[in-house]
Design a protein around this ligand. Structure first.
Ligand code: NDP
Ligand code: OXD
Length: 310
């Protein structure tokens, strides 16, 4: 029983050690290490080359994504048929995402960019700062990460709204769903946080049509996927004052191309797609538990739905 591993980060040694600890009878090897591909039953991967999983590994029982998002896998039209794709759901990836969301929500809530500018200009000016209950944070995507972010934002006292595909009921959160619920959701939001997966339905959703429904001077934080955002429309919304500030962890093209207007825009904060990362010391146990389920004849947890795209 073998697991094949592929990542674009330098994390193989770490995962190998923790997979060994979590599943001692599982042989693990890196994508480029020679070995018997017919013995490979599990793949733990990030962005494998299209067609390779089907071509190389004839006995796959599950494909584990190294990320919570599976768009990098579902974009492959040549996947092995009938093999479940399992999302990475592990506590430390979720924690990292929640830390990112809370950090940047608080940064805008407490007007930190303004005070940083005042410091640069040696200006001492007190600006009234409301407390959290007077600030509404709206989360697009009420899945594992969206709900964990809401849990912490709720403890801080923010007014909270959420938007998802199907109806949700979350205590303390004004929930909306579907395209019919989008306007009511957006019109109340001071800080919009996007934690959606990238699918055919969410492609380019953060566009002018959506941004125009936000109150003037709203903030946007996108840590979902770059394909969710129309980058020209975001720049136009900043220039018109519709958006007061934008924080982006993800981009249409990654790394963000040199010369992109986001690099130098005074009201844009960028991070290099590292809001949340699966941690081997925690994630290996989740993968091992799912492999055990499969060997026991059960379906793994957190299977993605290829039809829905997430
Ligand atoms: P989940 O699958 O748990 O949740 C996805 C949420 O999005 C669900 O609430 C779902 O609605 C909602 N959704 C999907 N499609 C639509 C739609 N068309 N309209 C409205 N809502 C929709 O995912 P996670 O919370 O685990 O992860 C979310 C995303 O975060 C990942 O797909 C990935 O792209 C991104 N991510 C980014 C990272 C980074 O470092 N920047 C790290 C980790 C994840 P419903 O509840 O009705 O199904
Ligand atoms: C993920 C990511 O989807 O890191 O987990 O982007």
């Amino acid at each position: 029983m073998t697991l094949i591993f592929k990542s674009d980060a330098d994390s193989w040694a770490d995962w190998r050690q923790h997979l060994r600890d979590a599943a001692p009878d599982l042989a693990c090897r890196d994508w480029d290490e020679p070995g018997d591909d017919d013995s490979v039953e599990f793949a733990l991967v990030w962005k494998p080359p299209f067609g390779e999983l089907r071509r190389r590994f004839r006995n796959l029982k599950a494909i584990f994504s190294l990320g919570a998002g599976v768009d990098h896998l579902l974009a492959d039209s040549d996947l092995p048929p009938g093999v479940p794709i399992v999302r990475m759901v592990e506590p430390e990836l979720t924690r990292g995402m929640t830390e990112y969301v809370v950090l940047h929500v608080l940064r805008y809530h407490r007007q930190t960019p303004l005070f940083e500018e005042q410091q640069r200009e040696h200006v001492w000016r007190v600006v009234p700062t409301p407390t959290a209950p007077k600030r509404r944070v709206g989360i697009m995507g009420l899945g594992v990460i969206g709900q964990d972010s809401l849990r912490v934002l709720s403890a801080l006292g923010f007014a909270l709204s959420g938007w998802s595909r199907t109806a949700k009921s979350i205590p303390g959160v004004t929930c909306h769903h579907g395209l019919d619920g989008l306007t009511a959701f957006l019109t109340e939001v001071d800080i919009l946080v996007c934690l959606l997966p990238y699918t055919a339905d969410t492609d380019n959703i953060l566009n002018r049509n959506l941004l125009d429904r936000l109150p003037r001077g709203a903030y946007l934080i996108n840590a979902g996927r770059g394909g969710l955002q129309d980058e020209d429309d975001i720049l136009a919304a900043l220039d018109s004052g519709r958006l007061a500030g934008v924080t982006l962890d993800v981009f249409r093209e990654e790394p963000l191309p040199a010369g992109h207007a986001f690099w130098d825009h005074p009201n844009v904060t960028i991070t290099p797609h590292n809001a949340g990362t699966a941690q081997a010391w925690s994630g290996a146990a989740e993968v091992a538990a799912n492999i055990k389920r499969i060997r026991d004849g059960q379906a793994p947890l957190n299977i993605a739905d290829p039809a829905a795209g997430y």
